[in-house]
Ligand binder design. Structure first.
Ligand SMILES: C[S@@+](CC[C@H](N)C(=O)[O-])C[C@H]1O[C@@H](n2cnc3c(N)ncnc32)[C@H](O)[C@@H]1O
Length: 668
């Protein structure tokens, strides 16, 4: 992948413009390299994948398949722009956090029948994990969205569309942003998705109406854009009132359409005599004869001619902007698992993807969550790119897509004919890669990290500043993402911010987990002749005053690798996750739980039969479908012929923490 590059971004073109404190244009972004961390490919029979997909424009540096990025989407989008995807994305669907002031939590429970120990009888269940924080100061949220939309626009293909899923509180502001970024002419529809049932936001005595809808803002990059007509079933009243006639013999319901030509001969309707009536007709004589032969004409007592329009041939009504026929995802719905907090129904995405893209098109969702967009795109024969900042989201998406692809590969033999008959497009790909932009290995996300760091340092948090997160004494506080050590680029960003604020007198303290060596000379140089606006750096890992920030005990596993015939038996003997045990013990009101079977703590097991030390190629995936089920723990693994590489086992616990155990091969 390329080294860091600067990616130019076009100016927003629309009017009017929304203003907020700290609004800044985005003229260029930094693009970081991406690291390939995993590959998933099924062994499907030849012909299982569509041959109609045109991969010629796909950047060579990426595998041909789904792409799932772990990282902040600003960096992921910049990476895609810098690496060949500019103008290539046909459909973008995003469902960003709503700035709703809620903390979303993924409910994680242990596996097995006894795993569902409820800890406090309320909504919080065992091992609950903050999935992402959705609290932003107003202006920060707008700047956040503005930057992402500017980047997304650059990725959209000339026929591309964007669907932004939001709630009514934010909808009007986001629409202003979209008008500004894509131009008001790019607006197509505001779709109301009525989530079908009452929302629980109206408690007794509430002085507001229940919110039962979300808003989908539909914009295009240009016109014409990809558009596939869709229809919804006719309402029963239409069926009852319009399709009153029943055909004798067949029982088919129909309505009667006048066969005379609208506008008469002046509009070109042919004039001739039909069964004793001379009129300008809607059809040519030859066509009338065909219709008569097919039994599609019917006559009134006075001899007037009508054409039968059958109910069973009606496509329905063209889709409107009011969607009330799609149920929201509830609790444990998908594959018997606890759902992701804000998971959207596949039926919703199905509609969006079918309406606005064609098989083989590239669909992007850079707030992928549980992977709904990728799942639907995969099922509908589209290519897809997903991104999320949250490791839990990446793991959920990975599992979900691996299962779908396995199903598609298995079905390929038996259902090939059905697929070819045109009902379901064949998959565009049967594999995907997981990439990381920046190093997100640390099991902590930025918002959580910022809060922890602020608390640890005793700093004051400011939520109205789009750049600095608070103050430490008299200094402005800038917390660098904990996913990477502080580099001169981060320091440069702080310096750049100060340049934009000529009246700012204060110094800056930059806080990071670690630092690159090059920071020292950069700081010395920068601070040399500067009486104000000086920058200093606190390194949380080693700083004598603030150090010891993290005390994380990693999970451990005991795994045996034993030859069995030509293959290898891999047996997991034990797995301990101190984080899970700690979380269980920390809860009041519950006795320290007895976990008698290590498998209760394990979510999934992946095996690479020949691990090259870098990319994890999944040869075997053990992901029990239902929460009550446990992983096997014992596997037979075929080593590729002549492979010198060791087998590797990746065990993921119910909190998303991963342990990698690599076989030690004698003589290697
Ligand atoms: C509302 S959820 C999306 C749910 C998704 N539509 C589904 O069906 O599961 C929003 C997602 O955006 C992710 N997110 C928030 N900020 C992000 C960022 N800066 N970069 C990438 N992902 C982000 C969150 O981790 C969360 O998974």
């Amino acid at each position: 992948m390329t080294d860091e590059t600067r990616v130019p971004i076009a100016k927003a073109k629309g009017r009017p413009m929304l203003q907020w404190v700290g609004k800044r244009p985005l003229r260029e972004v930094r693009s970081f390299p991406a690291q390939l961390v995993e590959r998933f490919a099924s062994t499907a029979p030849a012909g299982a994948v569509s041959t109609d997909v045109d991969w010629s424009g796909w950047p060579d540096r990426f595998d041909r398949g789904g792409l799932l990025f772990h990282g902040d989407n600003k960096e992921v989008l910049a990476h895609l722009l810098a690496n060949g995807f500019r103008g290539k994305v046909d459909l973008v669907y995003i469902d960003p956090p709503f700035d709703s002031g809620a903390d979303y939590v993924r409910k994680v429970q242990l596996r097995g029948a006894s795993g569902s120990v409820r800890l406090d009888g309320e909504s919080h269940t065992l091992g609950e994990q903050i999935q992402y924080t959705d609290i932003w100061a107003n202006d920060t949220y707008l700047q956040f969205m503005y930057e992402r939309l500017l980047l997304i626009k650059e990725l959209m293909s000339p026929r591309g569309s964007l669907v932004l899923h939001c709630d009514p509180r934010r909808g009007f502001q986001l629409r202003c942003l979209l008008d500004e970024v894509l131009g008001p002419d790019a607006f197509v529809n505001e779709v109301v998705w009525k989530r079908s049932d009452a929302h629980s936001d109206v408690g007794q005595g509430a002085k507001h109406l229940g919110t039962v809808h979300d808003v989908l803002l539909l914009y295009v990059r240009d016109r014409p854009s990809t558009w596939n007509d869709m229809f919804s079933p006719l309402p029963q009243t239409t069926v009852d009132n319009w399709y009153r006639n029943v055909e004798e013999g067949t029982g088919r319901r129909y309505n009667k359409a006048d066969a005379t030509g609208p506008g008469g001969t002046a509009k070109g309707s042919p004039l001739y005599e039909w069964k004793g009536v001379t009129r300008p007709w809607r059809f040519s004589r030859a066509r009338m004869e065909e219709l008569e032969a097919e039994g599609r004409l019917t006559y009134s007592e006075s001899g007037m001619v009508y054409v039968k329009r059958y109910l069973d041939e009606s496509k329905g009504v063209p889709l409107q902007d009011w969607w009330d026929d799609i149920q929201m995802v509830r609790g444990i719905q998908r594959r018997g698992e606890a759902s992701y907090p804000t998971e959207k129904p596949e039926a919703l995405l199905d509609r969006v993807v079918q309406l606005l893209s064609s098989p083989g098109d590239i669909v992007l969702d850079c707030f992928i969550g549980s992977g709904t967009t990728a799942a639907v795109a995969q099922k509908l024969g589209r290519r897809w790119i997903g991104a999320d900042i949250n490791k839990g989201a990446i793991q959920t998406t990975e599992k979900r897509l691996a299962a779908i692809i396995e199903d598609q590969a298995n079905a390929a033999g038996s259902e090939q004919l059905a697929m070819e008959s045109g009902e379901t497009p064949r998959p565009a790909q049967l594999g995907f890669s997981v990439l990381r932009v920046n190093d997100y290995d640390l099991q902590i996300q930025h918002n959580e990290a910022v809060n922890l760091a602020v608390e640890h340092l005793g700093a004051d948090r400011t939520k109205t500043d789009a750049f600095f997160q608070g103050t430490l004494g008299r200094e402005l506080l800038y917390i660098v993402g904990f996913n990477h050590p502080c580099s001169p680029l981060d320091l440069q960003a702080a310096a750049h911010e100060l340049e934009q604020r000529p009246d700012e007198q204060r110094d800056v303290v930059v806080v990071a987990l670690g630092r690159e060596l090059a920071c020292e000379p950069w700081l010395a140089d920068y601070n040399r002749v500067r009486p104000i606006n000086r920058i200093r750096l606190i390194e949380l890992r080693t700083d004598p005053k603030y150090g010891k920030f993290f005390q994380h005990q990693p999970a451990v596993a005991r795994v045996r690798f034993e030859p069995e015939g030509d293959a290898v038996r891999v047996t997991i003997d034990d797995f301990i996750s101190p984080s899970i045990i700690e979380r269980l013990s920390a809860q009041e009101g519950v006795l320290t739980p007895q976990i008698t079977d290590w498998r209760a703590m394990v979510d999934s097991v992946f095996i690479d039969a020949a691990y090259d030390g870098g990319v994890f190629n999944v040869a075997l995936a053990d992901i029990p479908e239902r929460r009550q089920d446990l992983v096997d723990g014992s596997y037979i693994v075929e080593r590729p012929a002549d492979s010198m590489q060791p087998i590797a086992v990746r065990i993921t616990d119910m909190l998303g923490e991963e342990v990698l155990v690599i076989e030690e091969r004698a003589g290697h």
